[in-house]
Design a protein around this ligand. Structure first.
Ligand SMILES: Nc1ncnc2c1ncn2[C@@H]1O[C@H](COP(=O)(O)OP(=O)(O)OP(=O)(O)O)[C@@H](O)[C@H]1O
Ligand SMILES: [Zn+2]
Length: 557
């Protein structure tokens, strides 16, 4: 059982410290029961789909240096799965785009739910304390996020470390006349007191769930802010007796502790819109006594298992853990899979979809590598149509910027980049078929830079991909591979030179040297299993180190 901590009512959470005043700006139509107030501040240039208005609004944040963003974090009772990964990777992509493309720095707070029914139940099953179970899976979650290259929030905040602040927040809501305590030591939000403003996020408010007959609520839809302690459960002291916080109040308090009464962006999976976010809004607007607390609510669509109606979920046992996934595929492959659909849409997870992402990543890397080889003069070839490529590059840059400004439309941006690569490949191919002539390394260099920069922006590093398998390996090993590939090239050239003889001599030489070519092919195949990919172009061989998890298993055979 957790140590009970005394609540220091009001001392931590003074409304004066929290109250930055209501969001200012002009009104716009949209939300149920009241108008959405367009905030004043820094216009990012992005139009974002706002669940509050159910349309795309200009994204205006308090400041370009510190857009406030609250992200609902995990309930830490088990390993995270690809559904969680999908939501956090998608928002990580948006955060990176906001920062790197639209010049807006983000201050992100993520709440970690480390006390909750699911945690208590699982801890009891495993016969460990809820606190140690939560600690274990919080660390596990952070490791999974790091493995997926999701940038950590500016600060993680644990519920159990902020109980006095939560108690003070609840007291503030009672003081504002929007909550009541009961004889049994529970505190509920009084839904009727909110009137038509309840439902401003989701529009139509679903009927409240069936309630147990002995509930001490005034109305079935009222939701718990404080739950009186039950036997064998962790509890903390409060003015209403021992107990623990309800789920929704945690996020309202944690967000307000850092950002006060104005929040620019709030994110989470679509399942959190109701009742969780709706209730957070009710609580915050009651506490801060402001007409609009959160300005933009962003919701990510669910990851489903292909063919299934339901989201990937622990309780449905239809999940793949992040760890299992990363054993056979790289984080970049998963990220590209996420990029290929809008963050708002539901997406089907399947082996086929992952293989497609893998192949696409492979094709991108192959282009970059070929363009580099061309620049170095290793690709035999003549001129490319420079003007065509410069024109394409300019148009692609514009298309990518426009797509990202349109509700972070990553699939459209990726398509534009793939189209550019297609043109780049076409020119390289044509150049390879022409006799030697003037070369155009600059434009291909510009294409490589742009493609690399685009993927870097969204968190996929093509350069890192080349280094991955070699990371930490001594430089000497690198030199050994270099020597090996050079030796193989010498052997290969000798074998290929047989074709230059004539008549019977040619046939005999080809026959004699065929075994050498076969040995060279076998070595290429064998080394690819160790992440060394050799590419033969005519009689020139180059090589690179690759992360085997990124590679298409069938590629290069
Ligand atoms: N299948 C999924 N697809 C996309 N996002 C998901 C999926 N499952 C959970 N999420 C999101 O992950 C975040 C953390 O969720 P949380 O810890 O509450 O898990 P959960 O929804 O209880 O998961 P589970 O249903 O497996 O128990 C939330 O934003 C939630 O919306
Ligand atoms: Zn939340």
């Amino acid at each position: 059982m957790l140590r009970t901590r005394g609540a220091r009512l009001g001392s931590q959470l003074l409304p004066a410290a929290l109250g930055l005043g209501p969001a200012s700006g002009r009104a716009a139509s949209g939300a149920r029961g009241q108008e959405w107030l367009q905030p004043a501040g820094y216009d990012t240039g992005v139009k974002v789909y706002n669940s509050l208005t159910r349309r795309k609004d200009p994204l205006i944040v308090s400041s370009a240096d510190a857009a406030s963003w609250y992200s609902c974090g995990p309930t830490v009772y088990d390993h995270a799965h690809l559904g969680h990964a999908c939501s956090y990777v998608r928002f990580d992509i948006i955060r990176r785009i906001l920062t790197r493309v639209f010049g807006c720095s983000v201050v992100m707070v993520m709440g970690v739910t480390d006390v909750d029914d699911k945690i208590i139940k699982r801890a009891n099953e495993l016969n460990v304390s809820p606190a140690s179970l939560a600690n274990l899976y919080e660390e596990d979650f952070k490791q999974d996020m790091a493995a997926l290259k999701v940038l950590p929030p500016t600060v993680y905040m644990r519920v159990t470390e902020n109980i006095p602040q939560i108690v003070a927040f609840i007291a503030g809501i009672i003081a504002s006349g929007h909550a009541y305590s009961t004889a049994r030591g529970n505190v509920y939000f009084d839904l009727q007191s909110r009137g038509a403003k309840y439902g401003k996020l989701v529009g139509v408010v679903p009927d409240p769930m069936g309630e147990p007959g002995d509930s001490d609520k005034r109305h079935a839809g009222d939701f718990a802010l404080w739950k009186a302690a039950k036997p064998q459960e962790p509890f903390w002291a409060s003015p209403w007796g021992n107990g623990r916080p309800g789920w929704h109040i945690e996020c309202s308090t944690l967000s307000s502790l850092v950002f006060g009464s104005r929040l620019d962006i709030h994110s989470g999976g679509i399942d959190l819109a109701f009742p969780h976010h709706e209730n957070e809004i009710a609580q915050c607007e009651a506490f801060h006594r402001c007409p609009q607390w959160g300005n933009y609510f962003l919701h990510s669509g669910h990851l489903h298992v292909e063919g299934g109606e339901e989201k990937m979920s622990k309780s449905l046992r239809n999940y793949v853990t992040i760890k299992d996934f990363l054993r056979s595929a790289s984080p970049d492959v998963f990220r590209l899979f996420c990029l290929r659909s809008s963050y708002r849409s539901a997406v089907d997870y399947s082996d086929g979809a992952i293989l497609e992402a893998r192949r696409l990543l492979h094709a991108v890397a192959a282009f970059v590598e070929d363009a580099r080889a061309y620049m170095r003069g290793q690709l035999a070839g003549g001129p490319v149509r420079e003007d065509v490529l410069w024109d394409r590059l300019g148009r692609t840059k514009g298309a990518v910027q426009a797509a990202l400004a349109d509700d972070f439309n990553t699939p459209r941006a990726v398509d534009a980049v793939v189209e550019l690569i297609h043109h780049g490949n076409r020119e390289l191919k044509a150049a390879a078929e022409e006799p030697r002539g003037p070369r155009s390394p600059a434009v291909l260099g510009a294409l490589v830079s742009f493609v690399e920069q685009f993927f870097e922006t969204v968190g996929i590093s093509l350069a890192e991909r080349q280094r991955a398998a070699g990371a930490g390996s001594p430089a000497a090993l690198h030199s050994v591979v270099e020597e090996l590939v050079r030796f193989r090239q010498t052997v290969r050239r000798f074998a290929l030179a047989a074709g230059e003889a004539a008549g019977e001599a040619r046939r005999r030489q080809l026959q004699e040297r065929r075994a050498l070519l076969e040995a060279c092919d076998a070595l290429r195949r064998d080394l690819s299993a160790h992440g060394v990919r050799i590419k033969d172009r005519s009689d020139v061989s180059t090589w690179e180190l690759l992360d085997p998890r990124t590679e298409d298993p069938k590629a290069g055979r």
